[in-house]
Design a protein around this ligand. Structure first.
Ligand code: SF4
Length: 269
C-alpha cells in the first residue's frame, strides 16, 4: 500500500510538473505517438545488428568535413577515429552537411547538446521552428515539457544528451522522409558511438523506426529494446504529450523504466 501511495504521489507530482492536474483514469491512447508517418504501423520488423558506425572511407574528412562528391552520405569521422573524435567535430561535420534536401531551407543545423558522457540520451524526431532558429534541440513548448520530464527523473538537462534523428528542420514540421533519415543516420550513430550512454530513450515513432526499425510506439512504448548492446526505452514525444494529456501517465511509467535500467528510482519530492 505504501508503494502504491508513493507511486500515486509521484504521478501527481509529475502531472503538476507537466502543468496539468492528475487525471485518475485509464489512459486511452489514440493512434500513434507523433506524426502522420506513424499511421498504420503495427508490425515490428527486426533489424539485424549493424557494425559500429558503418561509414564509407570516402566520407572521411576530419579537418573540413564535407560529403564525398556524388555521395548521399554525410561526412563524419571514420569509425577508427571515433574514439578520439569529440562531439564538436561531429557538430562541425553536421554544420557543413548537404547530404539531403533538408539543408535547403534550414536556418541552422541542430546537432544536439548535453553532457559528453551521459547516462541517458534522448532522441527526438527533428528540429522545429524554435530549434531551427536557435540551433539547440527541444527549446520550444515540447522542449519545456521534456525539461520537466528530465527534472522529474532527477536529472538536470545538462546531465543528459538530447538530439534528433535529423539535424535540419523538415519544412512545415513534417516528419522526415526515409531517405532524409538514412542520410542523417551516420551522424546519430557517430554521436552515440562517442556518448556511449547507459540507456537511450526514444521520443516517438520516428526515432523508434530510425534506430530500431520498429513501428508502433503506442504498443511498444516502455518496452525495453536493445541497440548495439545499449538498452533502449521508447516513449511518447513531448509534443504528443502536449496534445494528449492522458498519455502522460504511461509516459511517466516509461521514464521510470529508463531509471530502472540505471538501477534508480525517481527522486522523492
Ligand atoms: S538533415 Fe542531416 S543529412 Fe540532411 S542535410 Fe541536415 S545534417 Fe545533412
Amino acid at each position: 500500500m505504501a508503494e502504491l501511495l508513493d507511486n500515486l504521489k509521484q504521478l501527481v507530482e509529475l502531472d503538476r510538473s507537466f502543468g496539468i492536474e492528475f487525471q485518475g483514469k485509464p489512459a486511452v491512447l489514440p493512434g500513434e505517438g507523433l506524426g502522420a508517418s506513424a499511421a498504420g504501423r503495427t508490425t515490428p520488423v527486426s533489424r539485424p545488428p549493424s557494425p559500429v558506425v558503418p561509414l564509407p572511407a570516402a566520407n572521411v574528412a576530419p579537418a573540413q568535413p564535407q560529403a564525398a562528391p556524388g555521395s548521399q552520405r554525410p561526412a563524419v569521422p571514420a569509425a577508427s577515429g571515433l574514439a578520439a573524435a569529440d562531439l564538436a567535430a561531429i557538430a562541425s561535420a553536421v554544420a557543413g552537411c548537404r547530404a539531403c534536401g533538408l539543408c535547403a531551407q534550414r536556418t541552422t543545423t541542430v546537432p544536439g547538446e548535453g553532457a559528453p558522457a551521459p547516462e541517458v540520451v534522448f532522441i527526438g524526431e527533428g528540429p522545429g521552428a524554435d530549434e531551427d532558429a536557435s540551433g539547440r534541440p527541444f527549446v520550444g513548448a515540447a522542449g519545456q515539457l521534456l525539461d520537466k520530464m528530465i527534472t522529474a527523473m532527477g536529472f538536470a538537462r545538462s546531465e543528459v544528451f538530447i538530439c534528433n534523428v535529423v539535424k535540419c528542420r523538415p519544412p512545415g514540421n513534417r516528419a522526415p522522409e526515409p531517405d532524409e533519415i538514412a542520410a542523417c543516420q551516420p551522424f546519430l550513430e557517430a554521436q552515440l558511438g562517442v556518448l556511449k550512454p547507459k540507456v537511450i530513450c526514444l521520443l516517438g515513432a520516428t526515432p523508434l523506426k530510425a534506430l530500431l526499425g520498429l513501428s508502433g510506439i503506442t504498443r511498444l512504448h516502455g518496452q525495453r529494446q536493445v541497440w548495439r548492446g545499449i538498452p533502449v526505452i521508447p516513449t511518447f514525444h513531448p509534443a504528443y504529450l502536449l496534445r494528449n494529456a492522458e498519455a502522460k501517465k504511461p509516459a511517466w511509467e516509461d521514464l521510470k523504466a529508463v531509471l530502472g535500467v540505471l538501477g534508480r528510482e525517481p527522486p522523492r519530492r
